[in-house]
Design a protein around this ligand. Sequence first.
Ligand code: NAD
Ligand code: UFG
Length: 336
Amino acid sequence: MKILLTGGAGYIGSHTALVLLEAGYEVVALDNLVNSSAESVVRVDKLTGGSVQLVVGDLSDQGLVESALRDGVDAVIHFAGLKAVGESIAQPLRYFSNNVSGSLSLLRAMDATGVRTLAFSSSATVYGEVERLPITEDMPLCAANPYGRTKQQIEQILVDLAGSDDRWHIALLRYFNPVGAHRSGRIGEDPHGVPNNLMPFVAQVAVGRREKLVIYGTDYPTPDGTCIRDYVHVMDLARGHLAALEALPDWPGAHAWNLGTGRGASVWEVLRAFERAVGHDLAHQVGPRRPGDAPVSYADTSRAASDLSWSATHSLDDMCADHWRWQQDNPDGYPG
Ligand code: NAD
Ligand code: UFG
């Protein structure tokens, strides 16, 4: 089986490429490298002894995507997209164009070449503020920012597409908060500029690239006053894609699955766990709330467990230890 990973040089894509190669799949990565480095693919090859075929190009280049698909591809995992919430508020046209129009172009290429099996990188952000917890897949979708709305719109397009033609088999994989790295420390998350997300920021404080963590609010209605999220190890997430690919032949249509641990951790708990990994305290201060943050978010993962036979196995301490190993060994991320 040959799988095309759009965005395959990125954080989650590179870890998934590794898991797929280890499981005996052939992997083609199509990436314009706007938020990644070709070095990640080189390192995946070294770690696995395999070979990812890297196609440097854009999702919107339908001819290029079609020629990649015609080269024996059986299924697509669609990671490619822009993902910074703040940037999406400042540049909505860029986000809708890259994420939504880019996905339409990919889908046209898939339809034209008869490759109709797809796993899509969606996000827990599509749920917005929820009325009850844990979050189940049947809850209404109400994304609260342009980035989230691109995910919600792409999901809707995929549902309509699958409704029009039962040859499509589509997984809408709603990731909660991916963190961590491959335990070798050779591949990991390499955010450009100031990290928006908690764990990469804490990791950069630990390695001396940032002065201190600002905790965005300690007056939330949670046990310790900080927001709670469902952090999931990127290697568990990568295995989730393998599980979805293996299950999809039995699932015509479009189906949503939450990928998380089902457990929440607060900002304080993440900071303390990272300090345990590093072996000393990390500089931090309490700041005001970040607008738009939901107080609590964690997944009901029972659907993925029963339908995909998948569940996360790594603890928060594993996530911090692996994230820290990557950051310590690559303080400035990938070279170049
Ligand atoms: P990432 O930025 O590391 O990977 C995305 C990759 O897509 C990058 O390598 C980028 O260069 C590439 N890309 C972007 N636009 C492209 C285009 N038009 N053509 C070709 N390549 C393009 O991000 P990631 O964390 O690996 O996320 C992967 C996917 O998962 C994204 O769609 C993201 O929205 C989604 N997601 C991520 C998170 C998270 O917290 N990391 C959470 C939920 C969902
Ligand atoms: N936080 C801080 N300080 C920081 C960064 C974050 O206190 O410097 C706090 C946030 O306020 C939040 C928690 O840490 O309470 C987690 O924040 P993240 O940004 O890491 O995660 P979010 O759940 O807020 O959002 C992320 C992505 C979304 C995505 C969502 C679910 O930014 O795009 O995960 O996948 F949709």
